[in-house]
Design a protein around this ligand. Structure first.
Ligand SMILES: [Ca+2]
Ligand SMILES: [Ca+2]
Length: 378
């Protein structure tokens, strides 16, 4: 075993020995001084990240008489003693390339070099795992445009869906077509009906295929960057549709960092709606923006208003013009809207719940607007 703070590739570590506590550090505080680094049992067995283990303080039971060249060891973040039993958690699992000289005797410290760290979930644990937007789909500039960013150092597996015929509303888009574009605007994937996708089986295995065969889906591993998903109707048909991006890879370092969606804001059922689901251990702080007058398009919405609502539809917070309520907080995010008539809300949203952001025109005016949700780091 090693301490979680020692679990870095390339570190030289002591995973067994009389000086274990001095050679290891844990985010949960020091280990009992008598602990030598051996777990007698784990739960589950074999050990898994998020599990627990127990041992004994003295010579820690019966360590192996020899160790292989590569050995998997537990990285613990917290170790406590109760009577003669020591127990702790399994924060990570680490592969160590062992040094020669090991003996099952705590006077001969077992040392080695960390060559890999697994089960690294913490950086992605608090995350917007799903982002979605519903709006009336028109033609030309009024197709549905959903944007999102894959942030971080590695690829992320994402399922993008275009939903229409299964929506429980009137005037839905009967047969959506989905296109995924990279940051240069180039089409990197297109799909009309998900059942004809070459990834059909993987989409089924994601557990969230569209429910209607005419709906569209793209499942891809995306490198970090910005993406837009556009939805239009087959043969220029129109109607209300939903575009969604799902994070299928929550254990990756990469994150779905935000959504931005542009569409035509009308009235009643056809206002601009962005949905998101927060998952993770702790609340997520976000800024939601409604952008209109600063857009560089014809027919833009002159004066947007914004509402943030819970899954049951209850209002969390609303804003018309961003400087009126939370000006200092919004400035502190470094991304205030460019026009004083645009709207913004900073909120801390409990995890494992869904939310909607609704954009309307002041005085029921209509026009093209963008709604954006950014996850903030604190
Ligand atoms: Ca279709
Ligand atoms: Ca406004």
């Amino acid at each position: 075993m090693i301490g979680d703070q020692n679990a870095v590739v390339g570190n030289h570590v002591t995973f067994w020995g009389a000086q274990w506590g001095q050679n290891n550090s844990m985010s949960g505080g020091p280990a009992p001084g008598s602990f030598k680094g051996f777990a007698n049992s784990t739960n589950p067995d074999p050990a898994a990240c998020g599990g627990t283990w127990t041992g004994r303080p003295g010579n820690s039971g019966h360590p192996p008489s020899s160790v292989p060249q590569f050995i998997t060891v537990i990285a613990a973040s917290s170790i406590t003693q109760s009577g003669s039993t020591i127990s702790g958690d399994v924060a990570l699992l680490v592969v160590v390339q062992t040094d020669p000289g090991y003996q099952p005797n705590p006077g001969h410290a077992a040392t080695g070099t960390v060559v890999s760290v697994t089960c690294v979930t913490a950086p992605a644990a608090d995350n917007i795992s799903n982002i979605s937007t519903r709006i009336r789909v028109g033609t030309g500039d009024n197709v549905l445009v959903g944007g999102f960013i894959v942030a971080g150092p590695e690829n992320k597996k994402v399922l993008v869906r275009a939903i229409g015929p299964s929506l429980p509303i009137a005037d839905r888009l009967a047969d959506p077509v989905l296109e995924l574009h990279d940051s240069s605007g180039q089409v990197i994937a297109t799909n009309d009906n998900w059942v004809n996708s070459p990834n059909r089986q993987s989409i089924i295995e994601s557990t969230i295929p569209p429910t209607n065969d005419l709906e569209a889906a793209v499942l891809m591993s995306l490198p970090p960057g910005t993406y837009t998903a556009t939805v239009h109707g087959v043969n220029n048909t129109t109607g209300t549709a939903l575009v969604e991006a799902y994070d299928l890879d929550r254990h990756s370092y990469a994150r779905l960092a935000n959504i931005s969606t542009r569409g035509q804001v009308q009235t009643n059922d056809n206002v601009l709606i962005a949905g998101m689901i927060m998952v993770g251990e702790t609340p997520q702080r976000v800024i939601v923006r409604a952008i209109g007058p600063s857009l560089d398009v014809a027919g833009k919405l002159a004066d947007p208003t914004l509402e943030l609502r819970n899954a049951d539809g209850s209002l969390i917070q609303s804003n018309d013009n961003w400087r009126s309520d939370q000006e200092a907080e919004i400035m502190a995010t470094t991304i205030p809207p460019a026009n004083d008539l645009e709207s913004a809300i900073v909120a801390t949203l409990p995890a494992n719940a869904s939310y909607t952001a609704i954009v309307r025109g002041a005085n029921a005016a209509t026009g093209i607007a963008v709604v954006e949700v950014y996850g903030l780091s604190n």
